[in-house]
Design a protein around this ligand. Structure first.
Ligand SMILES: [Mg+2]
Length: 392
């Protein structure tokens, strides 16, 4: 079997409400859906987040297509080596979502051809469902309490809030409201996206811990690992590395510096599902749990990673999802992905186990074509709002 071509379709799906982090916001998300065609029939699906932009993902896909066409889709390692070494794409991160989407589509072909769900090709089921968090959009405390109660009633157990706003007292009040709304049993995770100095992080997180914090995600710069190690010794809650741990090389450094208690890992930021498994294995060897980061994903990417997380023991913390923000999805049979108790069931059908809803793909491709920058990462107000980091 040989790969004959790659097709890419950018789609833009709106959020119910804006996503807001320490230095930006967006109204929806863009993914590039990848279809990998083969000469013998099976078609593979993949998905890349539009990171850092849809244009870059599309350019990378165009550039690597000649390296992939003619290859056997079963030869995943060889194809990735060819892309990274022959294609000189071994500088990672900004090129990784596109490469990872092609790798994902190869696995989909392999699973379909073998008649096996991906979970069986990545080690078999350690768990039948994979847990995700509930993403709370930053807003006034009373509304946050109500949103948390809504998420808890829907079965979610872990709640995630972006902090690092200009007034830390508001962050502390918001976290207290989440505890009020969710009750004593919910887990609260806060992510400052590197907004704080170490001194600010210690001061603010110690105060927040009165409400009980599950994990403090990347409170300070991810490029200063000794500072993270310093912070880890002084915080009352475990420290989660995110911007410090995009790739396997980054993760190795975090482990070497003893700079985090939990690592976030991401197949899109590190070029594939095999690398997601590798990241988790490296952390497991170091005695650390992992969770999957998300740049915002639709059903193809969500389910592809769900197979690997179901087959890998140390995905023990709730993973990232945009379930609470997305208004719709592009996989057939669902308006939004079917989370039960905050978990996704691992598909039992061959490959990733999803099919695209052609009408929805057409609708959201049109939405992207109409306003390509409408749902992008780039927030023109961000620099005006946050001229200086870190916040002290
Ligand atoms: Mg983060």
């Amino acid at each position: 079997m040989r790969i004959t071509g790659i097709e890419a379709t950018p789609v833009a799906v709106p959020f119910h409400e804006d996503e807001r982090w320490a230095f930006g916001a967006r109204q929806g998300m863009v993914s590039i859906l990848v279809t990998l065609r083969t000469d013998e029939g099976p078609v593979g699906l993949g998905e890349a987040a539009a990171y850092p932009s849809a244009d870059i993902v599309l350019a990378v896909l165009r550039s690597i297509e000649p390296l992939v066409v003619g290859e056997d889709p079963f030869a995943v390692e060889r194809i990735m080596k060819r892309v990274n070494v022959v294609g000189t794409w071994h500088h990672v991160k900004s090129t990784s979502p596109a490469i990872g989407a092609v790798e994902m589509a190869c696995w989909d072909v392999v699973g379909k051809e073998c008649g096996q769900p991906l979970v069986n090709l990545f080690g078999g089921r350690v768990r039948d469902r994979v847990e995700f968090f509930y993403y709370l959009s930053r807003k006034p405390p009373a509304e946050l309490a109500a949103d948390t109660a809504k998420g808890a009633a829907a079965g979610f157990r872990t709640f995630y809030l972006k902090v690092g706003s200009d007034d830390p007292r508001e962050d502390v009040e918001r976290v207290a409201a989440i505890r009020d709304g969710g009750g004593p049993d919910v887990r609260i995770r806060v992510d400052a996206n590197e907004a704080w100095s170490a001194a600010a992080a210690i001061r603010i997180l110690t105060e927040m811990h009165g409400s009980g914090i599950e994990l403090a995600e990347q409170p300070v710069s991810g490029r200063n690992l000794p500072e993270m190690a310093y912070l880890r010794q002084r915080l009352p809650m475990p420290l989660l590395a995110n911007e410090a741990s995009w790739t396997r090389w980054d993760q190795l450094e975090v482990i070497r510096h003893a700079a985090a208690d939990v690592l976030s890992v991401d197949n899109q930021m590190d070029g594939g599902l095999l690398n997601l498994k590798r990241s988790a294995g490296m952390a497991e060897t170091a005695g650390l749990p992992v969770l999957k980061h998300s740049l915002g994903e639709l059903g193809v990417a969500m389910y592809a990673a769900t197979h690997v997380m179901a087959a890998t023991p140390n995905f023990t913390c709730a993973n990232q999802s945009y379930a609470s923000l997305l208004t719709d999805d592009v996989v057939a049979g669902v308006d939004a992905l079917p989370y039960v108790d905050g978990c996704l069931e691992v598909p039992a059908t061959p490959g990733i186990g999803v099919e695209l809803d052609d009408d929805k793909v057409a609708r959201y491709a049109e939405a992207y074509a109409k306003d390509p920058s409408g749902y992008a990462f780039h927030d023109p107000a961000a620099m005006a709002k946050t001229p200086v980091l870190p916040k002290f």
